[in-house]
Write a protein that binds this ligand. Structure first.
Ligand code: PMP
Length: 309
């Protein structure tokens, strides 16, 4: 990754190189952290963070699920994020807030480990590749199952849960596929390691509901709203793997991956990018770059008149 100048850490801006943690930090041993991933995009009014308020709400919900009391308010975190984006001077960047149990004691119950909060920003191109956004990726249904709601809570964007994602993504890449797709223990389609999935059939969009062990993706929510505004019928409903094989179009959504078409699942080919995917991709690009007044409430500007969350 590419280093930037400053990281916000527990209330102050520190140099990138100084933002280190102790080897006995609780979060390192037990994955006891929550995080977010958002993007700042270049807009006519300077860099703006896309759906900052919604990401912070999810951050707070994730913390609540893990019984973490965040020592900073939403407004303080919002200011911290906009400050980091501004101070590092990048027109576009990825932003990674994280809260984790730090150095204190190593009992599994984290009572003696203070919460550390940080915000990192750095340049990060499309996670699944810029070219893949045009030509599509291949997906492989993982042999790993998505973590169920009563093992580790998938509704929280918690660090420890990403072992599930890491194993699935590694397996897919080692098998020569672009990305993995995980099923629930019951065999329904859930999501990918860092992306949600949409299937398009006869011009209608379908995506699994929260009950399918997905992370409630903010890009997913954006697509549901934007597609409806464009006149497409959208549904959150259970999907099985053959719904993917027989879809007219498939695409995945995520902050890092943005909107990436899928051109095959388990070697079954799907048209990519299909017309619906291309339309939504193009609209998303306009929205994040501040060229759609209708959706301007999704943008928080890093410099100048920042909106209230
Ligand atoms: N599912 C998982 C498991 C993820 O990690 C992510 C990335 N945060 C997503 C879906 C997509 O969520 P978002 O659109 O909010 O980035």
């Amino acid at each position: 990754m590419e280093a930037t100048d400053k990281i916000w850490r527990n209330g102050e801006l520190v140099d990138w190189a100084d933002a280190t943690v102790h080897l006995a930090a609780h979060g390192l041993h037990y994955g006891s952290g929550v995080f977010e991933g958002m993007r700042a995009y270049e807009t006519p009014d300077g860099p703006a963070v896309f759906r900052l308020g919604d990401h912070l709400e999810r951050f707070e919900r994730s913390a609540k699920i893990l019984h973490m009391e965040l020592p900073y308010s939403r407004d303080e975190l919002r200011t911290a994020i906009l400050d980091v984006v501004a101070v590092n001077g990048l027109a576009e960047c990825y932003v990674r807030p994280i809260a984790f149990h730090g150095y204190g004691d190593l009992g599994v119950v984290p009572g003696g480990s203070p919460l550390e909060v940080a915000v990192i920003s750095f340049p990060w191109d499309a996670y699944l590749g810029r070219e893949a956004q045009e030509t599509g990726i291949t997906l492989k249904i993982s042999t790993w199952r998505r973590m169920g709601p009563n093992s580790i809570p998938h509704a929280a964007k918690a660090t420890g849960i990403y072992l599930n994602s890491m194993l699935a993504a590694l397996e897919a890449r080692r098998g020569g596929y672009g990305e993995a797709l995980l099923l629930t223990e019951d065999g329904f389609v859930a999501d990918g390691p860092t992306v949600n999935i949409f299937a398009v059939r006869d011009g209608r969009l379908a995506t699994p509901a929260l009950s399918a062990s997905i992370l409630p993706g903010i890009t997913r929510d954006t697509v549901l709203q934007v597609a409806a505004a464009l006149g497409y019928e959208t549904r959150e409903r259970p999907l099985i793997r053959t719904d993917l094989y027989t879809a007219d179009e498939l695409f995945v959504t995520g902050t890092a991956a943005e909107i990436t078409p899928v051109r095959a699942v388990d070697d079954v080919e799907v048209a990519a990018p299909g017309p619906v995917t291309a339309t939504i991709q193009a609209e998303y690009d306009e929205i994040v770059h501040g060229r759609r007044e209708q959706w301007s409430h999704f943008l928080d500007h890093a410099v100048g008149s920042a909106r209230a969350v």
